[in-house]
Write a new protein. Structure first.
Length: 120
C-alpha cells in the first residue's frame, strides 16, 4: 500500500487533481467557543451558514462529493445536522464515532485512517 506522501510526490498531477473524499474532524468539544456558546462548534452559525455547511460547501466548490465526518461530543446532534446537509446538498456523508475523542484531533484522524482508502 502506498503512503500518502508517495502519492503526493509521484502520482498526483496537483494542477488537475480532485480529491475523491474529505475527512471532516467534527468530534471535538469546541472549547474555544465556550463559555460564549453551548452549541457544538459544527452547528455554530456564521454569516448565514453553520460551520459544518460552510466546510461542505467549500469542498463542493473543488469537486468533493463524499465526506467522512468524525463524531464525538454531541454526536447525535452533529450527525443529524450533517445528514440534513447531505440531503440538501446532494452529497454522501458517512460517519465514524470516535472512541476517546476527548484526546483531540489526533484520535479522530486515526479513527478515520482506515476508512479513507488508498488515495489521499
Amino acid at each position: 500500500m502506498k503512503s500518502w506522501k508517495f502519492y503526493a510526490m509521484e502520482s498526483i498531477d496537483s494542477a488537475n487533481w480532485i480529491p475523491q473524499q474529505a475527512v471532516i474532524l467534527a468530534a471535538g468539544l469546541g472549547s474555544r467557543l465556550q463559555p460564549q456558546s453551548d452549541i457544538p462548534k459544527p452547528l455554530t452559525n456564521m454569516l448565514g451558514l453553520t460551520l459544518a455547511e460552510r466546510v461542505v460547501c467549500t469542498l463542493l466548490d473543488v469537486g468533493v462529493r463524499r465526506f467522512l465526518v468524525t463524531l464525538g461530543h454531541e454526536a447525535t446532534r452533529v450527525r443529524a445536522h450533517f445528514s440534513e446537509i447531505a440531503r440538501r446538498r446532494g452529497v454522501t456523508i458517512d460517519f465514524i464515532e470516535v472512541e476517546g475523542w476527548e484526546r483531540g484531533n489526533g484520535a479522530s484522524a486515526l479513527a478515520a485512517k482506515g476508512r479513507t482508502g488508498e488515495a489521499p
